[in-house]
Write a protein that binds this ligand. Structure first.
Ligand code: NAP
Length: 261
């Protein structure tokens, strides 16, 4: 029995939601919240034991049985994403949403001292992978009456500053990708949003702010409900770029002007 059986129409009932970085802070939180809201979640990540733990936890909580899709985005090529889209089509016959939470930040470094390999991997995981994955899944998403793709962004002003390296560059480019894709899909059933959570307790945050007291930061789960609301399309007037506030949505159109930041 699903966790929400008995409740009136859980917001994501029967929807299939693919979450990347599903064993990370935000990804895991969105997976839990989506599953609790009635979704079939597909958990994409590269750490199978952690994904399996989450799978078992959700199943034990009475959610719909999640799927695990092990994938290392740094080595994935376009055909791998086609295989993923086909696997979802075969298993569920539909895809209603994607939440791009996977991100790589090895640490802060000047561009001068950055190992070149980290440049290529950073751009690949943070920009090219979400592009390829979304592109491969567009035909499936188009089949739905309502579908949604969420890209996790980061503070545009902070990440345009020194030492944010390929992570900062990729997150800015991802903002551009959101704009272009949303424009192209304006008359389609697919809603596209860039979502910007505030600082939260996670491995990624700790790699950039290693001296801060992480206990003062919100848990990623504080931002998960807002993502579920966007996936469900509860607020059709939600802007393209949404700044997430803990436990609520406070829409603020960031616009392309923030590139200058
Ligand atoms: N934390 C913050 O304060 C903050 C603020 C603003 C925006 N964000 C954004 O929020 C999103 C989630 O971040 P988070 O804080 O939850 O970070 P996190 O806990 O470090 O999660 C990142 C996830 O990405 C996965 N990942 C990294 N490289 C991968 C690869 N090559 N293949 C597959 N998966 C890979 C990680 O897997 P592994 O566990 O295997 O490494 C992890 O599951 C990111 O897009 C981030 O930019 C975070």
């Amino acid at each position: 029995m699903a966790a929400n059986d008995g409740a009136a129409s859980p917001p994501l009932a029967n929807r299939v939601i693919l979450i990347t970085g599903a064993n990370g802070g935000l990804g895991e939180a969105v997976a839990r919240a989506s599953a609790a809201a009635g979704a079939n979640v597909v958990l994409l990540g590269r750490r199978v034991p952690r994904l399996t733990r989450l799978h078992d936890e959700l199943e034990a909580a009475g959610c719909r049985t999640p799927s695990i899709y092990p994938m290392d985005l740094s080595g994935a090529v376009p055909e791998d994403y086609d295989v993923l889209a086909r696997a979802i089509a075969d298993e569920y016959g539909r895809l209603d949403g994607i939440v791009h939470c996977a991100a790589e930040l090895k640490g802060l470094s000047s561009l001068q001292n950055l190992p070149l390999e980290d440049w290529f991997t950073g751009l690949h995981v943070n920009l090219t992978a979400p592009f390829l994955l979304t592109r491969a899944c567009l035909p499936l998403l188009r089949e739905r009456e309502d579908a949604c793709v969420l890209f996790a962004l980061d503070d545009a002003q902070r990440t345009a500053r020194a030492f944010w390296g390929p992570y900062g560059v990729a997150k800015h480019a991802l903002r551009g990708l959101v704009s272009i894709l949303a424009d192209e899909l304006e008359n389609s059933p697919i809603r596209v949003h860039g979502v910007e959570p505030g600082p939260m307790r996670s491995a990624l945050r700790a790699r950039a702010f290693f001296a801060e007291d992480a206990s003062t930061l919100p848990d990623p789960s504080a931002y998960a409900r807002a993502c579920v609301q966007l996936l469900a399309g509860t607020d059709r007037a939600a802007p393209r770029f949404v700044t997430l506030q803990p436990h609520s949505i406070a829409p603020r159109s960031l616009g392309l002007a923030t590139f200058a930041g």
